[in-house]
Design a protein around this ligand. Structure first.
Ligand code: KIV
Ligand code: ZN
Length: 506
């Protein structure tokens, strides 16, 4: 009863966040890391929503064996059947059926009565239950619904066979006291509640998602849903890493346990940030760059004397790598592999070979290769591994007396070599125009940010861009010691996401 089931929805609700679309290879990569992190359930997608989502859920179900794999379905027979088709290959499959429960949604969106909603809940939970026993049910917008109706629909779902009942704060409206009362109300008012696990799913519109989730656990919920780095629709979902570390750090208060290997939190956060293109804000709890940094003299003095003075968690508990000097140009494959393992990466042979080559190249240019450099180059490798178009060469000519000119060579989807050149208003503009001449996908650059991954004049530069096409935003990231190359890589990353999303749609 003290164990909390950790349900990760980074690949479903998290991916719904604007600009976060992942391709199938990236989803599998994240699912494998989540398995390593030790979450109990991975909600891998919404199979009926697109062929791409269906394919990703099916693949993850086959490949990730230590974790329960869940597919989402709205309360329609076709959606339930499609979810089953996608998850049936999993070692421990789950179907998650949901339907709106608030009068606001019933009146303005579904145009259905409460009786009709109850019937859709019953029949579709029962339909899922025919396929498997691991069925979850969610009444959407529960926190703006009549609590009596929530109790009624939860009771009906459990009668129909739901093993987990999840209470979503879909629009992040609730407060801890209110949400806690709703959860406690379930235990008091739903006669068959002991037959199911009570779960919670909180959004962060008022910045209360983690607080609401923790209060629900205090009142008896035993499954908590959320995403890594708190990514998701609008202001995002509850940050799983914050909930997990709160439970661990304040054990005397919560008296709860999870099965999570917390030293995998930091590598998981980095991977999700790199692949989705959503940077982690520096002051973000647990995984932000400043979360374990002490600036003021008094704090530094205290931490040097005894970390407990100003640190409530040991940074090693979340797998935070030290930023000390690690490798140099004389380091070999073995040392590089060991360092990667310490940082939480296990790469395929191909990805390892490419990363090692990039490391050697970097070590030639840079005196000191730190963990952050290694993370940046591995992330660059992971991004390019599944690209349809790959940047092979970029060259620019610019200066205050010349017209910026760029030549680029790409490898196309069938391995063909494609080269072109263009003039621009600046070197990056010229590079992007040359790439556009080859790839030919209309889009608009809406954001361009350059930052330094490490300190010093020889630092790796990171470029984050967002492009827009048909009102959809795609994020791209690139890293290199050359800022023009980093910009070109970021653009290729965003364009490849755009192409993958179109392929998925088609
Ligand atoms: O926020 C929400 O209500 C959801 C449901 C599908 C559980 O994501
Ligand atoms: Zn949600």
């Amino acid at each position: 009863m003290d164990k909390v089931i950790i349900f990760d929805t980074t690949l479903r609700d998290g991916e719904q966040g604007a600009g976060g679309a992942l391709n199938i290879g990236e989803k599998l990569e994240i699912a494998r890391q989540l398995e390593k992190l030790g979450v109990d359930v991975i909600e891998a997608g919404f199979p009926i929503s697109s062929p791409g989502d269906f394919e990703a859920v099916s693949l993850i179900a086959k490949e990730v064996r230590q974790t329960s794999i869940c597919g989402l379905a709205h309360a329609e027979p076709k959606a339930v059947d499609r979810a089953w088709e996608a998850v049936q290959g999993a070692a421990d499959p789950r179907i998650h059926v949901f339907i709106s429960a608030s009068d606001i949604h019933l009146l303005f969106q579904l145009k259905k009565s409460r009786e009709e909603i109850l019937e859709m809940c019953r029949s579709n939970v029962a339909r899922a239950r025919k396929y498997l026993s691991n069925v979850e049910f969610s009444p959407m917008d529960a926190t703006r619904s009549d609590p009596q109706f929530i109790f009624q629909i939860v009771q009906a779902a459990i009668e129909a066979g739901a093993a987990t009942v999840n209470i979503p704060d879909t629009v992040g409206y609730s407060t801890p006291a209110e949400f806690g009362n709703l959860i406690e109300g379930l235990f008091k008012s739903v006669p068959n509640i002991h037959k199911a696990v009570v779960s919670v799913h909180c959004h962060n519109d008022l910045g209360l998602a983690v607080a609401n989730s923790l209060e629900a656990l205090r009142r008896g919920a035993r499954q908590v849903e959320g995403t890594i780095n708190g990514i998701g629709e609008r202001a995002g979902n509850a940050s799983l890493e914050e909930i997990i570390m709160a439970i661990k750090t304040r054990h005397e208060s919560f008296k709860l346990e999870t099965s999570v290997h917390t030293d995998q939190i930091y590598p998981t956060s980095r991977l999700v940030s790199e692949l989705t293109g959503f940077p982690v804000q520096p002051n973000k709890a647990i995984v932000g760059a400043n979360a374990f940094r002490h600036e003021s003299g008094i704090h530094q003095d205290g931490v040097l004397k005894a970390p407990i003075t100003y640190e409530i968690m040991d940074p090693r508990d979340i797998g935070l790598p030290s930023s000390s000097l690690v490798l140099g140009k004389l380091s070999g494959r073995h040392a590089f592999k060991e360092r990667l393992a310490e940082l939480g990466y296990s790469l395929s042979q191909d990805a390892f070979d490419h990363s090692f080559a990039s490391f050697k190249e970097l070590a030639d240019k840079k005196k000191e290769v730190t963990d952050k450099d290694i993370e940046a180059l591995v992330a660059q490798e992971l991004r390019t591994a599944s690209e349809a178009y790959h940047l092979e060469q970029v060259q620019v000519c610019c200066g205050d007396q010349s017209v910026p000119t760029a030549t680029v060579r790409l490898r196309g989807p069938n391995g063909e070599s494609l080269a072109d050149a263009a003039l621009g208003t600046g070197p990056v503009d010229a590079v992007y125009k040359a790439i556009n001449r080859i790839v030919g996908v209309p889009n608009r650059l809406i954001e361009f940010t350059v930052s330094s991954v490490t300190e010093g004049i020889d630092a790796i530069g990171g470029v984050l861009i967002r492009i827009e096409s048909n009102s959809v935003v795609y994020t791209g990231r690139g890293a290199s010691t050359d800022i023009i190359v980093a910009s070109a890589r970021a653009y290729m990353n965003a364009l490849n996401r755009l192409l993958a999303a179109r392929g998925k749609k088609n």
